[in-house]
Design a protein around this ligand. Structure first.
Ligand SMILES: [Zn+2]
Ligand SMILES: [Zn+2]
Length: 275
């Protein structure tokens, strides 16, 4: 069947001018879709770039706009997903269709992305705050990306990003990944850790930076989540761009991440999940 060309929805036409990615490093930028970041890797106006995550739904046109301002008409070589939660893949289908590019995700995340499995329903009783209360209403079945999604190479390499590798960081979801560049210790953590207390709607809107554990309402395996944070802290990142919240760098990041790794139970695990 012939795919229809992508047409932006009416509600996507607003604030196109504000659709601008913020620079973090010369070749790394992020753009916030309401409360979730998408990340652009690649220097502006160079031939190759890659998009990490796709944000919430109805943001495809704004992400395309931000990409155009940064890369002109060059489409990304690929889309890489840190995981398949609805707020990270909401615009994935439209973007893959528009650019006609492959999507890569961890092998253990594939079932959720091809319509075979749904994530557990968000737990509104943990974490507190408005966003947790709303979490049971968040979709747990991601869009079916069967036509585009492929598993990442098993060796940890990232297609089209020669200097980067991915690290399997399960816990938040089974096939969650983070990305890391050893040469300057830049990290894209996805939701393995974030820099805003996502359960608190106030903190989400003020965007005060502080390293936090994964969003509690959707994290399904806390012991794995703890191991994943320990793994990432051991890499001692100099800069981290997380799925939610502002990018962080330097000593604040390193101290707070190490604190989270050492005191994960107290700082991140909801009380009723203690064993
Ligand atoms: Zn998530
Ligand atoms: Zn998230």
């Amino acid at each position: 069947m012939e795919e229809k060309p992508y047409e932006p929805l009416q509600d996507e036409h607003w604030d196109m001018e504000q659709a601008i990615a913020e620079d973090v490093l010369e070749d790394v930028a992020y753009y916030r879709t309401l409360m979730v970041n998408v990340i652009f890797i690649g220097k502006p106006y160079e031939e190759k770039w890659v998009l990490i995550d796709c944000g919430i739904g109805h943001y495809a046109q704004r992400i395309i706009e931000a990409a155009k301002k940064r890369y002109g008409d060059v489409p990304p070589s690929a889309i890489i997903l840190t995981h398949g939660h609805f707020d990270h893949v909401g615009s994935a289908k439209k973007l893959a269709k528009y650019w006609d590019v492959p999507i890569y995700a961890h092998e253990k995340e594939m079932d959720y992305l091809i319509g075979e499995r749904s994530y557990p329903v968000g737990n509104s009783t943990i974490g507190g705050g408005l966003i947790s209360v709303l979490s049971p209403f968040f979709p747990t079945t991601p869009p079916n990306l069967k036509k585009w999604v492929e598993p990442l190479p098993a060796d940890g390499s990232v297609p089209f990003l020669e200097k980067w590798r991915y690290i399997h960081t399960p816990g938040h979801t089974p096939g969650h990944i983070s990305l890391f560049r050893d040469s300057d210790r830049t990290m894209v953590s996805g939701d393995a850790f974030i820099t805003v207390k996502q359960e608190s709607s106030l903190a989400v809107f003020i965007q005060h930076q502080h390293v936090h554990g994964p969003p509690a309402y959707f994290t399904h395996n806390w012991p794995e989540a703890e191991q994943s944070v320990k793994k990432l802290a051991a890499l001692n990142p100099t800069t981290a761009i997380t799925g939610h919240g502002l990018p962080m760098s330097g000593e604040d990041l390193q101290n707070q991440l190490s604190d989270l790794a050492h005191n994960f139970k107290e700082l991140a695990i909801p009380k009723d999940h203690y064993h």
